[in-house]
Design a protein around this ligand. Structure first.
Ligand code: G3P
Length: 215
């Protein structure tokens, strides 16, 4: 499974990239707004740090508007993947963009039927928002399982990009199901790396190292 970082914060992205565990980046307008910086400046910086797919989201909701924004974003860098909302106008735009060779990440997917349509429209990635489903007492992982099964049943090439991840168990479950990508917040990436027994073991080794006589 590929791991993307779900962030627009360049320091977080640099930190995770330095660990060598990042295959790509996803952003959204809420994450960009948190940085307090202009959208395109943020994208330029990210493209310099990570050599992999970088999702940048449109804010138009009509076909022409989505297409215009998408083409402009795609022109910025070969690694840009245009994030398009899973609405009817978005699907129309995805179909056109796919014909033009522009990669898309169809976002805000909350049902298997939405995911099936996104794949038929030619989406490169589809993003089920699992944490938000869990938030309203649903089962986000069930949607991931359904999408992986549907795409496999029909040889659809759209990749399942698990989004709205909140904790390490989401990452484990996504990888056991066979999702293609998990996009993971910076904090959760660090949680994935940590284990209390590693910390305790390291503390002991360092303490014992001090007892070794110098040569
Ligand atoms: O990639 C989409 C993701 O950022 C949404 O996460 O935590 O706002 O539901 P969240």
């Amino acid at each position: 499974m590929q791991i993307f970082i779900d962030s627009a914060d360049i320091e977080e992205i640099r930190d995770a990239a330095a660990m060598g565990v990042i295959d790509g980046v996803t952003t959204n307008p809420s994450l960009v707004a948190k940085t307090g910086r202009p959208f395109k400046d943020v994208l330029v910086d990210i493209c310099e740090v990570v050599d992999g797919p970088i999702s940048a989201e449109v804010v138009s909701t009509d076909y022409d508007g989505i297409l215009g924004e998408a083409r402009e974003l795609a022109k910025m860098h070969d690694n840009i993947v245009v994030k398009v909302p899973l609405i009817a106008e978005g699907l129309k735009a995805v179909r056109t963009l796919s014909g033009e060779g522009i990669r898309t990440n169809v976002t805000l997917c909350f049902s298997p039927t939405q995911g099936l349509l996104a794949a038929k429209a030619g989406a490169t990635y589809v993003s089920p928002f699992i944490g938000r489903i869990d938030d309203i007492s649903g089962n986000g992982m069930e949607l991931v399982e359904q999408l992986v099964t549907i795409y496999r049943n029909y040889g659809l090439e759209t990749r399942v990009l698990v989004a709205s991840i909140r904790h390490p168990v989401h990452v484990v479950q996504a990888s056991l199901i066979g999702a293609d990508v998990a996009t993971v917040p910076h904090k959760v990436i660090h949680q994935l790396a940590r284990h209390p027994l590693t910390d305790i073991g390291l503390e002991r080794f360092l303490a014992d190292a001090k007892k070794i006589p110098p040569s």
